[in-house]
Design a protein around this ligand. Structure first.
Ligand code: ZN
Length: 145
């Protein structure tokens, strides 16, 4: 790991998010769903925002979605990200429900190849023994346009 990589801030799983991160570690994208009314929610939290139930289940989702929004980061950035610029940060809307939106990076694609509305598929990037980040890969060949 380079010095810069060691500075990358990582998620710290807690009681609410631990199942999500354990799923990512296994290569499985799990979403929290209310066991009473079936409402999906992300980010994970103890109560359903629709019916206030504290009962939930973790269900696997397709890991497929579309780019809802994007920004391209240019210098200055935190030292941990200096080697990556310019890079795209995307908000991906999962196919299962419009309320399921995850932030991440698109791997192996230059930022200009990432369009809003592009189809993407999750790709788990192993960081250490505990954390694998859900990132994204384009499903379409950006050179085919
Ligand atoms: Zn509910």
């Amino acid at each position: 790991m380079s010095d810069a990589a060691a500075l990358v801030p990582l998620p710290v799983p807690d009681e609410d998010t631990k199942p999500f991160w354990e799923g990512c570690r296994r290569g499985e994208l799990l979403m929290q769903r209310c066991a009473e009314c079936g409402h999906f929610r992300f980010t994970p939290r103890p109560l359903c925002p629709r019916c206030r139930s504290d009962r939930c289940e973790w269900v696997p989702v397709s890991g497929r979605g579309t780019v809802y929004s994007k920004v391209v980061c240019h210098p200055p950035v935190l030292p941990a990200f200096a080697e990556r610029v310019p890079y795209a940060v995307v908000l991906v809307e999962l196919l299962e429900h419009p309320s399921l939106r995850l932030l991440g990076n698109v791997l192996d694609a230059p930022p200009e190849a990432v369009r809003i509305g592009a189809r993407v598929r999750v790709a788990f990037q192993e960081i250490d023994d505990e954390i694998a980040l859900p990132q994204w890969r384009l499903e379409e060949d950006p050179r085919s346009e």
